[in-house]
Design a protein around this ligand. Structure first.
Ligand code: SF4
Ligand code: FES
Length: 266
């Protein structure tokens, strides 16, 4: 059982009409170190800031005071890259549905709030430092089959020449909006990656271009998922609720059907 120790640091960035917040941030030096919640008082936070901008202000102040800034992942800050993995007040990407942490704004919180900020917690995502986790397990699953091989010998059929029913194209597109953030794993009590893998399998299984490799794809991706230590799905549904792209758990059912078909084929 982890013992939580609290450090207390007071920060005031001298802006007017902002919110005063108490931040309880997970600090952990590396994967082996024991982490702890550290408390920061952050003053005058603008409600128009994004959550990551608020974290930037905190880090500016920590650097100014000669302290170690909080390590967290981010890249696009537009809801595209899936890097901004944070557990905020016990929810992946915070309290709003269908948005990433970088799209979450401080107007979703109130003056005087206490906000708990933690990394994704899963055996498959070891902590690198503070709020940053290693999600390379997802890369290895993707490399195991999350692609379509194309013959570029010069006789390639134009993709637009292959008719695809509109309903299938829409479902494939919805599945393809998965940004690989890992919120599904972090919110699942089993640490299951099946929503992510289901989305990646579905986006190809629904299109004719994905059919030649469909059985190898699902078998290889599921095998890699199991080897990475992710848990199994027990239909709790937290992944679908906390997914910032609202990926449907119908994709898990499709993956299971693809997997059974691959096994029956032998
Ligand atoms: S399924 Fe949703 S929660 Fe899971 S990795 Fe994809 S976008 Fe993130
Ligand atoms: S930083 Fe890219 S999705 Fe949030």
């Amino acid at each position: 059982m982890t013992t939580l120790k609290y450090n207390h640091v007071v920060i005031n960035n001298n802006m007017e009409n902002g919110m005063n917040l108490t931040l309880k941030v997970w600090r952990q030096a590396n994967a082996e170190a024991q982490g702890q919640m550290t408390e920061y008082k952050l003053g005058n936070v603008s409600p128009d800031m994004s959550f990551l901008e608020m974290m930037d202000v905190l880090n500016d102040e920590l650097i100014r005071k000669g302290e170690d800034p909080v390590t967290f992942d981010h890249d696009c800050r537009e809801g595209i890259c899936g890097m901004c993995s944070m557990f905020i007040n016990g929810e992946a990407h915070g309290p709003n549905r269908g948005v990433t942490t970088c799209q979450l704004h401080m107007r979703s919180f109130k003056d005087g709030d206490t906000i708990y900020i933690e990394p994704w917690r899963s055996a498959g995502f070891p902590v690198v430092k503070d709020l940053m986790v290693d999600r390379s397990a997802f890369d290895r699953i993707q490399q195991a089959g999350g692609f379509v091989s194309v013959n570029t010998s010069g006789r390639t059929l134009d993709a637009n020449a292959i008719p695809v029913p509109k309903a299938d194209a829409d479902k494939a597109f919805d599945a393809a909006t998965c940004i690989g953030c890992g919120a599904c794993v972090a919110s699942c009590p089993n640490g299951s990656a099946m929503l992510f893998v289901g989305a990646k399998v579905s986006q190809f299984a629904l299109l004719p271009q994905g059919h030649p490799e469909r059985f190898d794809r699902v078998e290889n991706m599921v095998k890699q998922m199991d080897e990475e230590g992710f848990g199994n799905c027990s239909n709790i549904g937290a992944c679908e609720v906390q997914c910032p792209k609202s990926i449907s758990i119908e994709n898990i059912a499709r993956m299971n059907r693809e997997y059974m078909a691959a096994n029956l084929k032998g």
